[in-house]
Write a protein that binds this ligand. Structure first.
Ligand code: UT7
Length: 319
């Protein structure tokens, strides 16, 4: 038994914040942001939108694309670092919005690697016979945890959601996944405080990042994980049709493509349009390249992500 992707969807909130908009309130420039990151603009959720609203919109599109009704779904998984509430979890909130109940619904925290982690877990549910049709979502409102006075982080992030529907089948599908984490490097990229943080001073959490160190660690860890996942699945670099990377920084993506000897024409790049949307970035990039016709049935895809924790991971997918 395998799982395969039968539908995808994405949702970006209406409000667009461009680099030029940021220039008006911050000591930054469009030139700096574009040359260091590739980002041109990001989308910001409306005041009355929470992560589950974005997730729900992406989910509806993915379920529709799969030709299913919400009632066909028997597992809901959401990767997010910005849940609406501590509980109910975002997957339960999406379940309610979809008007369904009964199936397991849970969220997981692996920051920007959340979707890649969730896809691996959903794949296991399906392979073991515990689910037949899983809704897997990455959704974030990063704008709510950004310090808008910190130019080193606020220019990087945006809001959005991406979703896929996985169905059981007798052919892969998801060929393999590899997940990793190094908790000792948690200080590199973190939310400043939390609910049970013993040093919580009653402040709201904001993103703190040692950008340069994150950059170097991301290039290193992604480089090794792509080699490992190919080796474990007895595939060579040239077998990959599309690299669908976490959209954090154009230069990190370029470094991973170089490691795979892949021309940038075979890399899905969306970071320019929405910045770093954390767990939402991989499923949104996937949906974009499927809808514009670049990714075709039968193509071999390599999905990869890294993020706070430190976490990282990859999925090999026959579309
Ligand atoms: O999903 C995982 C999330 N995180 C990431 O993927 C981030 C990984 N890191 C990066 O993408 C890059 O390290 C950054 C884009 C964050 C920064 O790029 P960099 O090339 O590593 O720049 P830097 O941090 O070395 O800073 C270079 C200069 C500094 O000025 P000085 O000290 O050279 O005078 C910064 O103060 O750029 C300055 N700077 C800015 N200037 C204009 C930092 N942020 C800005 C800004 N606008 N927004």
């Amino acid at each position: 038994m395998y799982s395969r992707i039968i539908g995808t969807g994405k949702y970006l909130p209406d409000r667009v914040l461009s680099n030029l908009d940021l220039e008006k309130t911050l000591d930054t420039s469009d030139e700096w942001i574009q040359s260091r990151t590739g980002i041109k603009r990001r989308h910001i959720a409306a005041e009355n939108q929470a992560t589950s609203d974005l997730a729900y919109e992406a989910a509806r599109v993915a379920i529709d694309d799969a030709g299913l009704s919400p009632h066909d779904i028997d597992l809901i998984l959401v990767g997010t670092a910005t849940p609406d509430l501590i509980f109910p979890n975002v997957a339960c909130l999406v379940q309610k919005k979809l008007g369904i109940k009964g199936m397991a619904a849970f969220s997981l925290e692996a920051a920007c690697s959340g979707f890649v982690y969730a896809l691996n877990i959903a794949d296991h549910f399906i392979r073991s016979g515990q689910a037949s049709r899983a809704l897997v979502i990455g959704a974030e409102c990063m704008s709510r945890i950004v310090d808008w006075t910190d130019r080193e982080t606020c220019v990087l992030f945006g809001d959005g959601a991406g979703a896929v529907v996985l169905e059981k089948g007798d052919k892969p599908g998801i060929i393999g996944s590899k997940l990793a984490a190094d908790g000792s490097r948690g200080d590199l990229l973190r939310a400043s405080t939390g609910i049970t943080d013993t040093e919580n001073e009653g402040k709201s959490p904001t993103i703190q990042m040692k950008g340069n160190e994150v950059f170097k660690l991301a290039v290193k860890t992604l480089g090794s994980i792509v080699d490992e996942i190919l080796e474990e699945n007895q595939l060579t670099k040239d077998a990959i049709d599309w690299l669908v990377p976490h959209q954090a920084n154009f230069r990190i993506i370029q470094a991973t493509a170089r490691r795979l000897d892949m021309p940038m024409e075979r890399v899905v790049l969306t970071v320019q349009d929405h910045g770093n949307t954390s767990a939402a970035s991989v499923p949104m990039a996937l949906d974009t390249a499927i809808r514009d016709g670049r990714i075709q049935r039968g193509h071999l895809l390599l999905l990869e992500a890294f993020g706070g924790g430190f976490t990282w991971g990859a999925n090999l997918v026959r579309f």
